[in-house]
Design a protein around this ligand. Structure first.
Ligand code: B16
Ligand code: MG
Length: 217
């Protein structure tokens, strides 16, 4: 039985990955190394500081702790500016219909995002109050692939982890969902996402009936 649903934010509800990518790329450009969209795959679902660590590794740069802090702040400023103009129109296709179905069937749902900017984004797209609970990068000490972010979501929804279905677009997130003992739905290119229980290319055309069938196995 489906007790609750947990959505990742970036890449599932909205496509902010492209904004993250542009902001990190700007930093890389300024530091004089290339950073590609393929490189960016490694940053999806990963916390801000860990993303920076990976970026610096790609660029083969060693910087002081202080400089790291500065770089992370700089990236976030660029990022926050780019998401400030976001609105409802950026909600990905299929999301609103699916949420509507959940509401009709009284299945509670929460957000499970690594982003400290998640509340801001949800408010910008007008969905903050639709969620029964929001867990984001401000609430957890251990980022994905640690299960904490999703376990806290189940707790807040007052449901069992085994009854939860997680929608994720990142490898780290799928690993986190599996570590939490949940059913993991990968959203995106199947070849890039390993170990999920069910694969969809996007939220478009997804119905609760399909999901129920898939989750029974
Ligand atoms: P922030 P998600 C993640 O969100 C992004 O996928 C990841 O690229 C980003 O580094 C992370 O949030 C932290 O974001 O810098 O805004 O705190 O996919 O878990 O919703
Ligand atoms: Mg994501």
């Amino acid at each position: 039985k489906i007790e609750g649903i947990i959505f990742d934010l970036d890449g599932v509800i909205v496509d902010t990955a492209v904004y993250h990518f542009r902001a990190w790329k700007k930093l890389a450009d300024e530091m004089g190394f290339s950073f590609t969209e393929d490189d960016n795959e490694r940053l999806k679902g990963v916390s801000r500081m860990e993303s920076l660590r990976i970026l610096l590794e790609i660029g083969n740069k060693e910087v002081s702790e202080e400089e790291k802090k500065m770089l992370a702040e700089k990236k976030n400023k660029i990022y926050v500016e780019s998401i400030s103009g976001m609105g409802k129109e950026e909600i990905l296709p299929g999301v609103m219909n699916f949420i509507q179905e959940l509401k009709e069937e009284k299945i509670p749902f929460s957000l499970g995002s690594a982003s400290k900017n998640a509340p801001l984004i949800l408010k910008n797209i007008g969905l903050y109050h639709s969620f029964d609970a929001v867990v984001d990068g401000n609430d957890v000490a251990k980022a994905k692939p640690a299960p904490q972010v999703f376990l806290l979501g189940a707790e807040k929804l007052q449901v069992n982890p085994e009854g939860c279905i997680v929608f994720e677009d990142a490898q780290s997130g799928i690993e986190a969902a599996k570590a939490a003992g949940m059913f993991a739905v990968a959203v995106g290119e199947q070849a890039k996402l390993k170990g999920a229980d069910y694969y969809i290319t996007s939220m478009e055309h997804l119905t609760l009936a399909d999901l129920k069938k898939a989750a029974v196995h």
